[in-house]
Design a protein around this ligand. Sequence first.
Ligand code: NDP
Length: 411
Amino acid sequence: KKNCLIVGAGGVAQVVAHKCAQNNDVLGDLHIASRTVSKCDEIIASVHEKSAMKVDGVFKAHALDATDTAAVAALIKQTGCEIVINVGSPFVNMTVLQACIDTGVAYMDTAIHEEQDKICETPPWYGNYEWKRRDACKNANVTAILGVGFDPGVVNSYARLAADDYLDAVESIDIVDINAGSHGKWFSTNFDPEINFREFTGTVYSWQKGAWQSNKMFEVGQEYDLPVVGKQKAYMTGHDEVHSLSNRYPEADVRFWMGFGDHYINVFTVLKNLGLLSEQPVKTAEGLEVIPLKVVKAVLPDPSSLAPDYTGKTCIGDIVKGTKDSKPAEVFIYNISDHKEAYKEVGSQGISYTAGVPPVAAAMLIANGTWDVGEMANVEDLDPKPFLNLLNEIGLPTRIKDADGDRALTF
Ligand code: NDP
């Protein structure tokens, strides 16, 4: 058993907490920390109400400013945690990672590090922050798994599996993320609006023909016809996993596509063109200084409030093309998740569910030694099979569609 500290108490943390509790026979004592301790208390209460813990054990809430490395290290020592699951905002990644290196415990996160004042950094994104700590992790024998949510995360494993088992040479990896669900609000983002909009205001980087290519958001679109969700329009979007997969598979084109309805695009375009997505402070005539993006966030629905009424399904997967036995070959490896079922099980919507289950699977694989590699790794650097098998068991089953048909994938 290895005790776990969950950093953050938002939508994803809620799922992580439930899944850790359902598997605390492997994960041991559980701790959850954020600046607002009441959010942690609420999550623990919901765990006791809905999931209960698999075996009797500790689940404690703590107040923590995760930008304070020494405070994170002190909490790790105080709680005796050996695995830190960082699902706080992406602004805290580097301080939490440093605390793990300082205390010699395992680290993981689900999104790339971001600085508040920088909207879009130069590729490869991991090279700007995380990868700079590779040697430090190795020297301290610290397992640090980067971006182990769904995308990035599970999709990185899907790409590795396709390259290892289904193709001899990989020519392209297209990750497609379709949320065909409906939240019933006039407009809402599915997770923190600040993070959500930041994803779409910067340059869209893709890796094509062996080099970084730049586009604008909503400039390149394509219709996909996918299992369960059907025909959906998706747009090329900048995303973390493009920046690590292109490093492992430089000969392949690596692109990320996200589904958007016309309504989202209209609202986004108006907000952006009015300057309401800006992070630069503006002064009102009354002398009040406000950050437009923070105001937009304040008036939009809290993404976790969407959960009770969210219906429909998500389909996220990798279309990987290349050659097998000198002939052209293609696979689609994917997962279908259901918003209502996620809510029934853990009180969250499907987007948080798909992001929150994978880090718990990773924690279980660290606890049993399978993924305890003692160095920094992106998900595609690790054996995908134990991970995908565990995900099959704990809520995110993998399917594959290729020339042999459409079927569940187990190993
Ligand atoms: P939320 O905004 O709902 O939650 C973020 C949490 O971080 C809050 O509970 C906040 O609590 C806490 N937090 C922020 N700053 C600090 C701080 N300085 N110290 C301690 N805690 C802090 O986000 P989500 O749950 O939606 O997302 C969590 C992470 O998961 C994000 O990094 C997001 O990008 C990522 N994600 C990854 C996905 C994937 O598939 N890979 C998909 C969706 C999300 P408080 O303010 O009280 O401190």
